[in-house]
Design a protein around this ligand. Structure first.
Ligand code: ZN
Length: 337
């Protein structure tokens, strides 16, 4: 918290954050096809003999997958260690920026390294007080710089909030596109390796979805509405998929919905998650769908078409997520309506 700490942190600027990373697979058609299918992107540039990979796949080629590969540097470990020791032990990803410099093509070998680009002075945000750390990854295709990926996190000491009941029982994750997963049972939460109770991953809150999470704080699920063509959209996006309009307002979901589809998660295990649990694709009465947990019923009793109602689950002192409970199911241990 002192000047001295900031000086110490600044000394890490310019040091490597990751070195010698090698993409696990050469750039390949199946990964490109799966990406395009998942994104609904039918751009012809991504198929055929002269296909390029979608530029936004840049980071995908660097990812370790479940098997993982670890290229984080000693400098990055030390920097995070200093921040932890100073009390800034929580972490939230805040935003990322990418720059595309050369097309990536099938057969390219991807290599990457990253540098600690900047550490901010101490800042106080709604989440708490801490330091922003920006790293820049340089991604090379066959040795040529193909793009950069800048990634910013906030290492912070959480702001104190009055704690409520329900110390997180269960799984779930927050993602840029909204909340997901939680436990239908009220069973005890697995502990992380350090012996502290494991916590769900933090949602990635950025300028495009901040309004959604603001709504969640107020126990509202807000749906974006294009002010040009009135089409509703969820998850939150900067523009309208129907007309391209950039202007929007919001409507508050009534909270009524049905299970459009679901999966039961058994694997992979993750410290904060307590499988098996049901992750539902909930169709809201307003017509948009969101991924969330179905709580209050055993995972094997979740059914497509089941009528559900919105409630909010406090998973720990910092995080609440919207979840859905079958209409008629009684409140279960571990959830806070
Ligand atoms: Zn529109």
């Amino acid at each position: 918290m002192s000047e001295g700490l900031y000086e110490e942190l600044k000394a890490y600027e310019g040091l490597p954050a990751a070195e010698g990373g090698v993409g696990r697979d050469l750039v390949n058609e199946p990964m490109i096809r799966h990406w395009c299918e998942a994104m609904g992107d039918t751009n012809p540039a991504y198929t055929g003999p002269d296909a390029i990979a979608p530029p936004t796949m840049l980071q995908a080629w660097t990812m370790g997958g479940l098997g993982g590969h670890r290229s984080r540097s000693a400098a990055q470990d030390e920097l995070f260690g200093l921040l932890d020791k100073a009390g800034f032990s929580s972490v939230v990803a805040t935003d990322c920026e990418q720059e595309y410099l050369r097309p990536i093509r099938v057969g390219d070998e991807i290599t990457f390294d990253a540098v600690i680009e900047s550490v901010s002075e101490q800042k106080t945000t709604k989440l708490g007080t801490g330091h922003f750390v920006t790293t820049r990854m340089d991604v090379r295709a066959n040795g040529e710089l193909a793009g950069t990926h800048r990634f910013r996190i906030l290492k912070f000491a959480p702001a104190k909030r009055p704690s409520t009941a329900g110390s997180a029982s269960g799984p779930a994750s927050g993602s840029a596109s909204g909340p997901a997963s939680g436990s239908a049972s009220g069973s005890s939460k697995p502990a992380a390796e350090d012996g502290k109770p494991a916590r769900r991953p933090r949602p990635v809150i950025n300028r495009d979805n901040a309004g959604f999470w603001k709504g969640v704080e107020e126990h509202k699920v807000l749906i974006q509405r294009c002010t040009e063509c009135s089409v509703l959209r969820f998850p939150w996006l900067p523009g309208c998929n129907s007309c391209g309009g950039a202007e929007w307002d919001t409507v508050e979901a009534s909270g009524e919905g049905t299970v459009f589809s679901y999966v039961v998660m058994h694997h992979p295990p993750f410290p904060a998650f307590d499988p098996p649990y049901a992750v539902g694709l909930i169709e809201l009465a307003e017509g948009v769908r969101m991924i969330s947990n179905v709580v209050g019923v055993p995972h094997d009793e979740v059914r497509i078409g089941m009528a559900v109602r919105l409630e909010f689950l406090r998973t720990d002192e910092e995080l609440e997520v919207p979840v859905f409970r079958p209409v008629g199911a009684s409140a279960a241990v571990g959830s806070v309506a």
